[in-house]
Design a protein around this ligand. Structure first.
Ligand SMILES: C[S@@+](CC[C@H](N)C(=O)[O-])C[C@H]1O[C@@H](n2cnc3c(N)ncnc32)[C@H](O)[C@@H]1O
Length: 273
């Protein structure tokens, strides 16, 4: 029987690496265990720029959240939010608008436990333990929290999470359920790993993800674009993450494709008539 570190829920599986904790390690966080660090180091030795990839993912999310805030979005549903490390959505959002509300959702109990710790005392943000494969439960819990009003525009954030959903779990249907709950003027933010433009060692490293509780499914730009349904995809489209509205042209990497993921943002425009 493995000894549980203080304050962590008993259902945590410490016998297998967790995607959230491996991710936390790459971002320089403290919420990970030896088994996670071992896998992280193995992946890192195969793809030296993976930690940079994860930071590029966070940077994309931060830029997208700012665009949503500028458009007046003040409530966010962040699914697959991960372990809170640097530059969390509620920090970015509440710095711009102290009244902004954020509901974090993650399948990993460690991520949820640490999120709750971090959010203690914040009346405008909570973390719930739920599965993207059960979107109706997520919507019910977000509604019940009183923090999200689905009659008003909402920002739905799916950063680095849809690639954990295999085709057999019908990710297109899950996304359609989430979109159907949103009011006109809502936004959807997605970043998603891809095989397009990738060298072989990146593809090999992705295969190692099978050792975490959830395996990654790499998808094409066209497949990822389809997740936005009939919503209007904002400029510059679904692009390699660093190319999505960089803060300055000098910040764009010489090889933006090396981060292995596409990012995009779409808006639900009221159908004419
Ligand atoms: C790569 S991290 C991304 C974290 C954060 N969204 C970001 O972009 O910085 C992916 C997260 O998705 C979570 N996840 C994986 N499958 C999930 C599912 N079916 N439902 C909810 N969360 C899931 C993992 O636990 C992990 O915390």
């Amino acid at each position: 029987m493995m000894q549980m570190p203080d304050g962590l829920p008993a259902e945590i599986d410490l016998s297998r690496p967790s995607a959230a904790r491996v991710y936390d390690y790459f971002l320089g966080g403290a919420h990970n265990f030896e088994i996670d660090r071992q896998l992280a180091e193995q992946i890192a030795s195969m793809t030296p720029n993976l930690a940079a990839t994860m930071r590029a993912g966070r940077e994309f999310l931060r830029r997208a959240v700012r665009v949503l805030l500028d458009a007046g979005i003040d409530q966010f549903l962040d699914i697959g939010s991960g372990i809170p490390t640097v530059g969390n959505v509620h920090e970015v959002a509440q710095a711009a608008n102290p009244e902004a509300r954020v509901v974090y959702v993650d399948i990993d109990p460690v991520a949820v436990a640490h999120s709750r710790e971090l959010l203690a005392g914040n009346d405008h943000a909570i973390a719930i333990h739920a599965d993207l494969r059960e979107p109706k439960l997520i919507l019910d819990q977000a509604r019940a929290s009183g923090l999200i009003d689905f009659d008003r525009p909402v920002g739905i954030l799916l950063a680095g999470v849809v690639h954990f959903i295999p085709d057999t779990d019908r990710p297109g249907d899950l996304l359609a359920t989430l979109r159907a709950a949103a009011a006109p003027g809502s936004y959807l933010v997605i970043s998603h790993s891809t095989f397009e433009d990738q060298p072989q060692e990146m593809l090999d490293a992705q295969r190692l993800s099978a050792r975490t509780a959830t395996e990654i499914t790499l998808r094409s730009r066209a497949e990822i674009s389809d997740f936005f349904g009939d919503w209007t995809i904002l400029e510059p489209g679904v692009v390699h993450m660093p190319l999505w509205r960089p803060d300055s042209p000098s910040e764009v990497d010489d090889h933006p494709e090396r981060f292995g993921a596409f990012g995009g943002v779409a808006r639900y425009d009221q159908p004419a008539g």
